[in-house]
Design a protein around this ligand. Structure first.
Ligand code: SF4
Length: 699
């Protein structure tokens, strides 16, 4: 018998069928679904190997007095957690305990982690790795539209697009089945890719399929201001839309007035003529879209968002889209391509430091009252806002910092910026607890490791990049010794003396989550497992009680009280550090086709590990020659934060002032990235670090 579920990895959440064979092996096939049409990428095809990986954890581990991890019973492990929590909170107060969650967890687990923090632990210190992923785009969307749903339209709307401006998103590697939805735009010559690197997605623009705009790292905002400048100066804005549906136009005119294409060329390296022609191409497509076909879409990804000015850059992309009249206009659109599997749901249900379920602000008295009533507690007992991820992680073990940290579904020892400093911070903790299925680099530092069920062994829901809520279904039982994570959290809440019960039943947790979300920005109150199991009824949120889903947002009004979107003026500021000076090159971090996030899962899949066993530094041949580094040789990449040794692959895909390093491996990009953060979103600067690259002399 096969089980209809979804891939464990990225936000496309491709639909799959899993069949558990008598020998214990599980096979996967792609299932027909609007987003993937039966297709899977290499990661999805090989995902079942995770279930039987030989180094899978099947027993809790406790660090002994000898400094080593030893198998233990669940009672011993959870007692150690409870004792550690109590000791830390007794000595230092409630905020001495923190939770670090994940955009890969089901909605039910994300919700339960938020409730565990605020109700059972009474701590404000909870945040998650989505802070490293979607926070800038989310902050910009909330600011402009009053609501943040990655794609506010079904992905299949792209099938009729004439022009797609894709900023900083390498979907051809990160989520290959999405590329089929770009076919019409490519056929029309309308795929416009902005990326400092000639990525796999940028190469899709070859042979007349579109254009690749290749700005210097960190200059995306200037490019967007230049595009807005041409739209305004050449009279290309949709005046009716701007007048009827937005506010703030005069301030935008002023803010973009100085960004002539020639100046944009000086700052970004993108030819002025290309800036101008791109703006005109977008405006032409937007006009066509308004009359029903071959419209215009602007989509952003992490490449433009993971900067200290990420929120402002995403805001500039939204300003461009609003000037063109795209958001909420059928046939046109603006959105952001979410990365992690539950990157969308992960930011809606309360595991973010400043949020309560339903994507509500934790400082909103009405939201606190509503959620407190669902939880059965007094609103005043819910702590206020905590600290965003970077601040929480870098202050671990310091005065006023967290002393006892629970990590669920994340591997910050590899995936956090300045990972060496984060590993040192983890070592300062009194107690580190990690729930995972493998001994990740973070789990290897833990005092308590809790082995939990994987994707194919659990029930739950995920919310994909379109805001479509999907059912994850159990195809097989977890191995002996492994427990369902929801059951572990419920057990822990009980042992901690929670004043209210925690359910370990996913359907019950979802029903509670739906009640908690009622009236919030991400409203799931009309959803249940019964509704979700009927896939003929697509479940796009908001899905209010007594209503149906909302595939397309903003058709009549935006979510701000006056119904208008905000045009918000933004300006180019100072980069986190000076790039391409004193012999440095700009390091861009990113993803590979074969790996996902920190690689804790995909590095254990033989086919993927064989194809990409470790990090390679991509360097332009001219730069490599100047530095005396032959192709294939080893190089040392360093800055104040760290030093890594990697093999070099010379390629013209990167600019001469740039180097590219994937972050899926220990000892790779995040040893060098910076903890400087965007002041609005808390997003770290992942995409532009100044590094020295030197040849390693042969021994
Ligand atoms: Fe689909 Fe993403 Fe899974 Fe690949 S990794 S099969 S694109 S969900």
């Amino acid at each position: 018998m096969s089980t209809a579920t979804h891939c464990p990895y990225c936000a496309l959440q491709c639909a799959t069928s899993l069949t558990a064979g008598p020998s214990g092996a599980t096979t996967v096939t792609g299932r027909d679904f609007p987003t993937n049409n039966g297709r899977l990428c290499r990661k999805g095809w090989t995902a079942p190997e995770l279930l039987t990986a030989p180094d899978r954890l099947t027993s809790p581990l406790l660090r002994g007095e000898d400094g080593e991890l030893h198998p233990a019973s669940w009672d011993e492990a959870l007692d150690r957690v409870v004792n550690g929590v109590r000791a830390a909170q007794h000595a230092y107060g409630p905020d001495a305990v923190g939770i670090f969650g994940s955009g890969g967890l089901t909605n039910e687990k994300a919700y339960t982690l938020g409730k565990l923090a605020r109700v059972a632990l009474r701590t404000s210190r909870i945040d998650y790795n989505g802070r490293f992923c979607m926070s800038s785009a989310a902050a910009a969307a909330n600011r402009a539209f009053g609501l943040d749903r990655g794609l506010p339209f079904p992905l299949t709307d792209l099938d009729r697009a004439g022009t797609v401006l894709l900023l900083g998103s390498n979907v051809a590697d990160t989520m290959p089945p999405l590329v089929q939805h770009l076919s019409a735009a490519r056929a029309a010559g309308g795929l416009l890719v902005v990326d400092p690197r000639r990525s796999a997605t940028a190469t899709l623009t070859a042979d007349g399929a579109g254009q690749h705009l290749q700005p210097t790292p960190g200059s995306d905002l200037a490019l967007l201001l230049g595009l807005c400048h041409v739209i305004v100066h050449d009279g290309l804005a949709d005046e009716t839309y701007v007048r009827d549906r937005t506010s703030g136009y005069p301030s935008i005119v002023r803010s973009v007035s100085g960004w002539w294409p020639q100046r944009v060329q000086q700052v970004t390296g993108v030819p002025a003529a290309l800036v101008r022609s791109t703006a005109h191409q977008l405006a032409d497509a937007a006009r066509r879209g308004r009359s029903g076909d071959n419209g215009c879409y602007v989509l952003t990804g992490r490449g433009v968002e993971q900067h200290v000015d990420g929120t402002d850059t995403a805001t500039a992309a939204i300003n461009l889209a609003l000037l063109l009249g795209l958001p909420g206009t059928p046939g046109n659109g603006y959105g952001t391509v979410t990365g992690q599997g539950n990157g969308q749901g992960g930011r809606e249900h309360g595991q973010k430091s400043d949020q309560l379920p339903g994507y509500r602000s934790i400082t909103d008295p009405a939201a606190r009252k509503h959620v407190a009533a669902v939880w059965g507690v007094h609103p005043e007992t819910i702590p206020g806002p905590g600290l965003p991820a970077v601040e929480m992680l870098t202050t671990l073990g310091l005065p006023d910092g967290v002393r006892c940290l629970l990590v669920h579904g994340s591997n910050p020892a590899v995936s956090a910026p300045d990972a060496g400093a984060v590993r040192a911070a983890l070592r300062r903790l009194d107690l580190l607890v990690v729930a995972d299925f493998f001994l990740s680099e973070t789990a290897a530092q833990a005092d308590v490791v809790l082995p939990v069920a994987q994707w194919a062994e659990e029930e739950g829901t995920m919310t994909n990049l379109e805001g479509r809520v999907l059912r994850r279904r159990r195809a097989l039982r977890p191995p002996p010794g492994v427990r369902d994570e929801l059951a572990v959290l419920a057990d822990l809440a009980g042992r901690l003396g929670s004043p209210v019960p925690f359910s370990d039943d996913p359907a019950e947790v979802f029903a509670e989550l739906a009640r908690a979300s009622a009236g919030g920005r991400a409203d799931y109150s009309g959803l249940s497992y019964r509704v979700l199991d009927d896939e003929d009824q697509p479940a796009f949120w908001p899905y209010r009680a007594g209503s149906t889903g909302t595939p397309r947002l903003f058709l009549d009004r935006f979510a701000h009280e006056d119904g208008r979107a905000r045009l918000v003026p933004v300006a180019v500021g100072q980069p986190a550090e000076a790039l391409a000076r004193d012999g440095t090159v700009a390091l861009v971090s990113g993803r590979l086709l074969e790996h996902y996030q920190s690689g804790a899962q995909t590095r254990r899949v033989r086919e993927l590990a064989d194809a990409r066993p470790g990090p390679e530094l991509e360097l332009n041949p001219v730069t490599a020659r100047r530095l005396g580094i032959p192709d294939g040789s080893e190089a040392e990449v360093s800055n104040d934060r760290g030093t890594v040794r990697v093999h070099v692959r010379t390629t013209r895909q990167v600019r001469q002032d740039t180097a590219f390093l994937p972050f899926h491996f220990p000892g790779s990009a995040n040893e060098l990235t910076s903890v400087a953060t965007d002041p609005v979103s808390g997003m770290p600067e992942f995409k532009a670090a100044a590094v020295h690259v030197r040849a390693v002399p042969e021994e």
